[in-house]
Design a protein around this ligand. Structure first.
Ligand code: SF4
Ligand code: SF4
Ligand code: FES
Length: 453
């Protein structure tokens, strides 16, 4: 398709002919309110909030279902047509039966209805003395998703997600007029591996995350860009965390972050909830304080040294460990089987490798098999080490385990350090440190310096 020129608010843009006007408005951050459109779901045209004025058209047009044409002149605010009044009136209709329970709603602070009311509504209600239509407020839909029917603006994003993206069709809109509401199909629960994405898609507090709700007000959270390491896809995410007074850093939720080259707009539920494992059962203290001497003596005394490297480490750490192995003439290996779960893989996002950086282990041709008769084994966060693998074990690890070691040294997880991962499709992404704990655990790089390795 060819490029065409259109004018929006007196500025000219070059866009692909036939592309949706709303996509240009979103990309150029030209403010237009909308509920039902979502880049991943396309136009539905049901909310009528995205009205703009297009010169030559007698009536306001919805930007989400308007393909751009050469020479089109668009006004995001009304010049001749009452665009602002239409937005205000639609919001007033939306709010007739809305419970306005913002003070107890988890969406407060990231709710489109709240924001649009402040930007375009600010009307006084005309509905004096009339009872609101009541609907069900606490429906457990399944898969950690709670529904409050009264808060719903019937944008149909959630139903379209289950119809177009997961093809599981659990959700639908039933009833008419002010009785219309979201529900699951009779006898069914919301049940698919990507179900919790409907919470992010819902523009209001009608769908909330059972795992997160009532835990934290969103304006207290800090969002750090990162990736999910629960499988080798490395979906892009936000880590929402904060540090309460007198407490340590805590992660409250993972949310998907748009990256059309990796995960689009979504992430799987298992990855979303994997934040819980990150900070639990952590290794915080070295098992002995004379670590430096133990490591040096063990390396110079052992005849047969092996190093086992975990596929959860950053590229930079794996490279350092490879060089270290060469320096001390140790055999390097990484058994991959322990990371594989064939049942987890699907054709949407999930990879059968349930670890972040298996691709680098494969690209570097790191041996899979454990060498025989190892006297000293140095473990860098691989989960399959056992006491029987070597006479003596020195272990650098993020989490506690039952290994009997000569020395155990705690290391930072990927959220407490910076580095890069290469995902299963070969895309390398740099990840910045997200958390700054009160008592930071050293990274592998820091241990190498401290131990003079
Ligand atoms: S529950 Fe949310 S996403 Fe679903 S139709 Fe209602 S407002 Fe839209
Ligand atoms: S598909 Fe993999 S990387 Fe993506 S969210 Fe799920 S577990 Fe995490
Ligand atoms: S976003 Fe255009 S009609 Fe809803």
């Amino acid at each position: 398709m060819s490029q065409v020129k259109i004018t929006v608010d007196n500025k000219t843009y070059e866009v692909q002919e036939g592309s949706l006007l709303i996509d240009l408005l979103i990309k150029e951050e030209i403010k237009v309110p909308y509920f039902c459109y979502h880049e991943s779901l396309g136009a539905d045209g049901n909310c009528r909030m995205c009205m703009v004025e297009i010169e030559g058209q007698k009536r306001p047009q919805i930007a989400c279902d308007t393909p751009v044409k050469d020479g089109m002149v668009v006004h995001s605010q009304g010049e001749k047509l009452p665009i602002e009044k239409i937005r205000k009136d639609i919001l007033e209709l939306e709010l007739i039966n809305h419970p306005v329970d913002c003070p107890i709603c988890d969406q407060a602070g990231e709710c489109s209805l709240q924001e649009f009311y402040m930007d375009y509504g600010l009307h006084n209600s005309h509905m004096y003395g009339l009872e609101k239509v009541l609907q069900r407020k606490h429906i457990d839909l399944g898969s950690n998703v709670m529904l409050d029917q009264e808060r719903c603006v019937l944008c149909a994003r959630c139903t379209r997600f289950t119809a177009q993206v997961t093809h599981t069709h659990e959700l639908g809109i039933v009833g008419r007029g002010d009785k219309a509401h979201i529900t699951t199909m009779p006898g069914r629960k919301l049940d698919n591996p990507y179900a919790m994405n409907v919470v992010d898609l819902c523009p209001v507090g009608a769908l909330t995350n059972k795992d997160f709700r009532f835990k934290q007000r969103v304006w207290f959270l800090e969002s750090s860009e990162s990736v999910c390491t629960h499988c080798a896809k490395n979906c892009n995410i936000y880590i929402d965390h904060n540090k309460l007074k007198y407490e340590d850093e805590n992660i409250y939720r993972f949310r998907p972050r748009k990256n059309q080259g990796i995960n689009g707009f979504f992430m799987c539920d298992e990855g979303r909830l994997s934040y819980k494992e990150l900070l639990q059962n952590r290794e915080y203290e070295p098992s002995r304080i004379d670590g430096k001497f133990i490591v040096k003596d063990s390396i110079s005394n052992a005849k047969n040294i092996a190093i086992i490297v975990g596929a959860s480490l950053f590229n930079e750490e794996i490279e350092m460990i490879q060089e270290f192995a060469k320096r001390i003439d140790a055999k390097l290996y990484c058994p991959q089987d322990i990371y594989i779960n064939e049942d987890f893989e699907d054709d949407m996002l999930r990879s059968k490798y349930k670890v972040a950086n298996i691709k680098t282990i494969q690209n570097q041709n790191i041996a899979d098999e454990m060498p025989s008769e190892v006297e000293l084994l140095i473990n860098f966060n691989h989960p399959s080490v056992t006491d029987a693998d070597a006479k003596e074990i020195i272990s650098f690890q993020t989490h506690k385990n039952s290994l009997e070691t000569l020395l155990t040294l705690p290391i930072a997880t990927y959220v407490e350090n910076s580095g890069s991962f290469t995902n299963i499709d070969g895309v390398t992404q740099h990840i910045k440190k997200a958390l700054s704990p009160n008592n930071p655990v050293p990274s592998i790089q820091e241990w190498f310096k401290r131990l003079e390795l």
